[in-house]
Design a protein around this ligand. Structure first.
Ligand SMILES: [Mn+2]
Length: 338
């Protein structure tokens, strides 16, 4: 893990922090803190550019921070009902910088990601991790699992917001550790029950072994069409109930390719008919309201394919919606949005 200022900053990292939060070291992480971190890793993917995702998300987040914070002490107003909302000044937040990526050394990089996440979680904090290609979801969940065990917990549930399962066991080209196997590796963690796994926003095709794994494991798959039929709020509530059944907490992994490509062109997989921007923001807002959720990652933002930074902006805004109850507060108006 990068420990600034003594460690060098990779050329594709960003000096900007998420939402302009203060830079923190692992030693400064305290219980209840929300800790952002970047994982500029792409050598386990098949697209050039996800390593630039953390810097792009952080950069766009500063614009959101400015727009919501600068107008004055009253904050901003929700035009739908006149309620005012602002960033909480007392929120314990920090950005730990980027995990050191030893490209292309898979085991060393995996250990860096695992150790960073475990360190944040073991200290009782809430990680908000920015990818990177989706492989990083596995070492992130592994670190989360070990950190929560250090706190005395045993089982966690897992929700993946994604157009794809990422469940392939052993790909002929990529092997067992890449951005199409992360969920499969999570499913194999010690004590983990795939019955506590839920996908939200599936679309397109899956490999036969992924499909059969879901059928026999008792995991739950909800497509974009399922979400629309149920309504986003109800679909998320069902996902939280399934992931939370007999577990101590829930890990949420978000692949930006769940969105329709018109809303999020800056990603590796071109997806027609995925979640609209507002469906995506509502999904993250509903997930983030759950007190059972203990961590979130957002992966696969790929700036070289983006148009006008809209994907990085949607990712940053999605995380603000996810964290809304934790980092925003009403200022005398009726209610938070939603
Ligand atoms: Mn994925």
């Amino acid at each position: 893990m990068t420990d600034r200022p003594s460690s060098p900053i990779a050329p594709f990292s960003s000096g900007t922090t998420f939402l302009n939060w203060p830079r923190v070291s692992l030693d400064q992480v305290r219980p209840g803190m929300i800790v952002a971190g970047g994982i500029p890793c792409e050598f386990t993917g098949s697209t050039i550019g996800p390593r630039l995702g953390p810097a792009a998300i952080r950069q766009r987040s500063t614009g959101i921070n400015w727009r919501w914070r600068e107008p004055g002490p009253g904050g901003v107003v929700n035009v739908s009902d006149g309620s005012a909302v602002r960033f909480r000044e007392d929120a314990a937040v920090g950005d730990i910088g980027d995990v050191t990526i030893h490209s292309p050394q898979l085991e060393r990089t995996t250990e860096e990601i695992r150790a960073c996440t475990e360190g944040i979680v073991r200290r009782g904090a809430f990680p908000v991790m920015l990818g990177g290609d989706h492989y990083v979801g596995y070492p992130l969940a592994l670190g989360y699992h070990e950190g929560r065990r250090a706190l005395g917990e045993t089982r966690f549930g897992y929700i993946q917001v994604d157009a794809h399962f990422d469940l392939q066991d052993d790909n002929p080209s990529h092997g067992k550790y890449w951005h199409g196997s992360n969920a499969r590796r999570v499913a194999e963690l010690d004590g983990f029950d795939p019955a506590n796994m839920v996908w939200l926003g599936l679309l397109d095709i899956a490999w036969r072994d992924e499909w059969e794994f879901v059928q026999r494991s008792g995991a739950t798959a909800m497509t974009v069409h399922d979400m629309r039929a149920k309504g986003v709020e109800r679909a998320v509530a069902e996902a939280l109930a399934i992931a939370g059944r007999d577990t101590d907490s829930i890990y949420v992994s978000v692949d930006i390719d769940v969105c329709d490509n018109s809303a999020a062109p800056g990603t590796g997989f071109i997806n027609f008919g995925g979640l609209s921007a507002i469906e995506f923001l509502t999904t993250l807002q509903c997930l983030g309201k759950s007190e059972e959720v203990g961590a979130v990652d957002l992966v696969e933002v790929t700036p070289p394919r983006d148009l006008g930074d809209r994907t990085a902006h949607l990712a940053a805004r999605g995380l603000v919606e996810f964290l809304r109850g934790r980092i925003l507060e009403p200022t005398g108006g009726s209610a938070l949005i939603g």
